[in-house]
Design a protein around this ligand. Structure first.
Ligand SMILES: [Zn+2]
Length: 161
């Protein structure tokens, strides 16, 4: 059975950045997604269309097709008093904030001094080219309920009460 829209696919994959560092991997068969439902990044999803169980592929996804490019205007200096006084602000900490269009974003503390906290609202993988080594483990038809919900159910998918 080939991968196409409205089918459930399980994969093993290793994801590396351009420095050949492993960013993420799943090799135990527990990763699955609903094809055509934007469950995974578009650049990877497109490459999987038409593949079937046993197929292996290497996919390079440009930042524009993954987590976007880095944008300098997402780096901002914020007065220290905007943050809770009882929290030690340290680089690498993450906070929820409002983006320029009012949407919820996660910002990461890039640096901090006595009066100013510099936060970076870029996704940690923005600007990073993603290199996937993927093996297709299985392909099946989605159930009507999965299609309605837009995600996979079962032991490795969403579990509802
Ligand atoms: Zn569901």
């Amino acid at each position: 059975m080939q991968i196409q829209t409205n089918r459930v696919v399980s994969l093993s994959y290793t994801l590396k950045d351009d420095k050949n560092e492993i960013i993420d991997e799943s090799t135990d068969g527990s990763f699955c997604y609903l094809h055509g439902a934007s469950n995974i990044i578009p650049g990877l999803e497109d490459s999987l269309t038409g593949k079937s169980a046993g197929d292996e592929l290497s996919v390079t996804v440009a930042p524009e097709q993954a987590y976007g490019v880095r944008e300098d205007d997402r780096i901002q200096e914020v007065p220290r008093e905007m943050f809770p006084g009882d929290v030690d602000i340290e680089p690498g900490m993450q906070f929820h904030a409002q983006g320029p269009d009012g949407q919820n974003i996660v910002v990461m503390v890039a640096s901090v001094d006595e009066s100013t906290v510099t936060v970076d609202g870029n996704h940690p993988l923005a600007g990073v080219q993603l290199n996937f080594d993927v093996k297709v483990l299985s392909v099946r038809e989605a159930t009507a309920e999965e299609l309605e919900h837009g995600h996979v159910h079962g032991p490795h998918g969403h579990q509802h009460d």
